[in-house]
Design a protein around this ligand. Sequence first.
Ligand SMILES: CC(C)(COP(=O)(O)OP(=O)(O)OC[C@H]1O[C@@H](n2cnc3c(N)ncnc32)[C@H](O)[C@@H]1OP(=O)(O)O)[C@@H](O)C(=O)NCCC(=O)NCCS
Length: 217
Amino acid sequence: MTAFSVRPMHIEDLPQAVEIEREAFPTQWPPTPFKRELDNKMAHYLVAWQEGHRWEAPPRRGVPLLLSRIGHMLGWGRLRARHDHNDQPFIVGVVGFWLLYDEVHITTIAVRVNHRRLGLGEMLLHASIEMAVALRARVVTLEVRATNSGAQALYQKYGLHQAGVRRGYYTDNNEDALIMTTDSLESASFREGFQRLKQNLIKRMHAAPSSENWPLS
Ligand SMILES: CC(C)(COP(=O)(O)OP(=O)(O)OC[C@H]1O[C@@H](n2cnc3c(N)ncnc32)[C@H](O)[C@@H]1OP(=O)(O)O)[C@@H](O)C(=O)NCCC(=O)NCCS
């Protein structure tokens, strides 16, 4: 069985975080400045990674396609990837949030296309909410495209509901953003629902965050 875990993002994860974000939000500008964000005291970034899998970096830009193919056949790509990125674990998803006073605001969440619908987005959202509770945040909020029904379904599952609309928020196509928010993280109803979801998620993933790789459990 494939095992996935969640942990804080490291600087070595940045090339994969950029890759995942580009794939998920091809029109987003500017991209998330992950490097700067890792030094931002208000920001928190987590990654989901696949145990036992290593990342194979794509060929460097500027290398002609034919040369890169020949190099790959001869094993140069692997050697270069190992040299450049030190044989990194395979990152399958990313989530980021800011703690602003008593609110946790999720700024980005994305899972590699080939790894969607496996519970990984849920794992990342779940870990963010657990961290929000540990950081004594009152609520979790975010913005989501009005047409992004898949992401909205994920958020609704975790008790986020629509609290408002920002008209024309997304500049690439002038799409509205729905503002979604949880009830108080301290309310009994939220806690009960969250515990239930946690049990289901543990059963589903067989690799719930453990004390070894998840500092807040
Ligand atoms: C949104 C996203 C992170 C979800 O990640 P995921 O790993 O595919 O989602 P999960 O497998 O954890 O799904 C958990 C729950 O979310 C809901 N869900 C997720 N994707 C869904 C979809 N395409 N359609 C309907 N429901 C969906 C379901 O309720 C699902 O629960 P279930 O498995 O019991 O049915 C992923 O689709 C993604 O990266 N999208 C592109 C980036 C993006 O849009 N990010 C959100 C920006 S606000």
